[in-house]
Design a protein around this ligand. Structure first.
Ligand code: ATP
Ligand code: MG
Length: 286
């Protein structure tokens, strides 16, 4: 269950765009604590009026996030219902979505990206232990709470956002558009299992290490579907050990994908200096 927030306690600011069947706004929420009025910056996610039939699934996502608590999972404060408007009220994360951040930043170090990958693996491990499948893992759904600085010991800090509306309700076009983040087996079943998140983790790693570039960008839905029908793989990253981890995660047979413990172990064994040496050799005279 979730906390109900009074609509009059919400203040609306600018629009931050649209999601899957949603409109997103920045805003604030006031509440009374010890007789004092507090104001908190929030993110308001409004379900589209023409997809009102998805409200149960929308609130299920909110409820899932409010029931579990982990440092790398986004905080959902509650929901608010006003007339026919369904609103999810969540923590506002300062630096926004990771894909956009990586696209606009010119130099993000490998160790910074690796830190982000480890934090996501940590969140997935927590979900795996609780036997909860997320179902919508991608760089867009990783929010950057702290930028950090690779030149000092100040690491970035990410939070995994809510999964949103269930795949079964989104429709074929949205599901095809989520290739290659959505695991191939989901196209048939529209059911999310723990193993699906491992696949999505693999393509999110690919995305992070390609500076937020969407994998299979520009491919139309038919070709995206063919990518799976032909059991294709994403182009391998030049860092072999990392490429290997991605291909383990993105195995077409779900039961072959690694456990979160194994993912974490492999991430911890990656040595960034190997990668930097690999790059340095590119610039050396042959
Ligand atoms: P989906 O269910 O497909 O993830 P959505 O409704 O969550 O859809 P997104 O596309 O994930 O919408 O988010 C849209 C944009 O809103 C993001 O690119 C990001 O910039 C911003 N955003 C989303 N959540 C937050 C948040 N909690 N804090 C700050 N910005 C956010
Ligand atoms: Mg989202």
């Amino acid at each position: 269950q979730f906390h109900m927030i009074k609509h009059e306690d919400l203040t609306w600011s600018e629009s931050l765009g649209q999601g899957s069947f949603t409109h997103i706004f920045r805003g604030s929420k006031t509440d009374q604590r010890d007789g004092v009025t507090h104001s908190t910056e929030v993110l308001l996610k409004v379900l589209d009026a023409n997809h009102k039939n998805c409200w149960e699934s929308f609130f299920e996502a909110a409820s899932l996030m409010s029931q579990i608590s982990h440092k790398h999972l986004l905080l959902v404060y509650g929901i608010s219902v006003h007339k026919s408007k369904n609103i999810m009220v969540q923590e506002f994360v300062k630096h926004g979505a990771l894909d956009l951040y990586l696209k606009k930043s010119t130099s993000v170090s490998v160790s910074w990206k690796l830190d982000v990958a480890k934090q996501l693996a940590c969140a997935l491990n927590f979900l795996e232990e609780k036997n909860i499948a997320h179902g919508n893992i991608c760089a867009k759904n990783l929010l950057l709470a702290r930028e950090g600085d690779p030149s000092t010991d100040n690491s970035p800090f990410i939070k995994l956002s809510d999964p949103g509306i269930s795949m079964a309700l989104l429709g074929k076009d949205v599901v095809l558009d989520r290739i290659p983040w959505v695991a191939p087996e989901v196209l048939n079943t529209l059911e999310i299992e723990l193993e699906c998140d491992k696949w999505s983790f693999g393509s999110t790693l690919w995305e992070i290490f390609n500076n937020g570039e969407a994998p299979l960008q520009g491919l139309d839905p038919i070709h995206k579907q063919q990518f799976y029908e032909h059991f294709s793989n994403l182009p391998a990253l030049e860092w072999t050990e990392l490429a290997d981890l991605i291909s383990q995660c993105m195995q077409y047979q779900p039961e072959l994908r690694p456990s979160c413990r194994s993912i974490i172990r492999q991430l911890n064994s990656l040595i960034t200096s190997d990668y930097e040496i690999l790059h340095a050799s590119d610039t050396l005279p042959k």
